[in-house]
Design a protein around this ligand. Sequence first.
Ligand code: IYR
Length: 228
Amino acid sequence: MNKTIIPPIEIQTIPFNFQEYPLEEIQSRALKYYQNMSMRRTIRDFSTREVPIDVIENCIRAADTAPNGANQHPWHFVVVTDPEKKRKLRVAAEKEEKEFYSTRAPREWLEVLAPLGTDEHKPFLETAPYLIAIFAQVYGVDKNGEKTKNYYVNESVGIATGLLISAIHYSGLASLTHTPSPMRFLNQILERPESERPFLLLVVGYPAADARVPDIRRKSLKEITTYF
Ligand code: IYR
């Protein structure tokens, strides 16, 4: 096959607005950021307390700053507050999860989940003020309706989701990464096209006053790093 030669184009550039800090400040910022992130926990008991939409929108804006394949931003965020939609999502998720916990999940999977105390009951899908369904645009669709290729979709959407979770925590709210499996029902209930694959359902809000979390530990730096 003949390789088409792509003529070089002159790319438009603008000056890079880099914010430089004194070294001690960089060290202190890194430490403080870590200390703040170390307080993040996934919670399962949410309060019904309201959260203004601008908080959620700014967190999504932060997620959209994620580095991504060919600047395609292959993601879509569906913000759900409508009680009827939430109820439908809960019913559909609990149906799949019941299957998962009772038959689909292999014994060894259930064993590693046991310390987390998860089960098929997902009341938080109705109690929390926001559900954010994150979709990965597996392929694009051009103006003629033809499929176009997207690059590094999983990596891009994974990074954007990480930034979103971090922004939500930094803002002072809590979240839960919920992964009903399979989750194609999200396309149907949330009216998203076939070109989008549901990636994650993020539950966002304040923790319930009496919320508790499993007594589990993170890995140490030593366990997760190698230096040369
Ligand atoms: N999707 C199920 C099961 C589950 C799987 C993993 I891996 C977790 O870390 C937690 C739960 C659920 O959401 O309950």
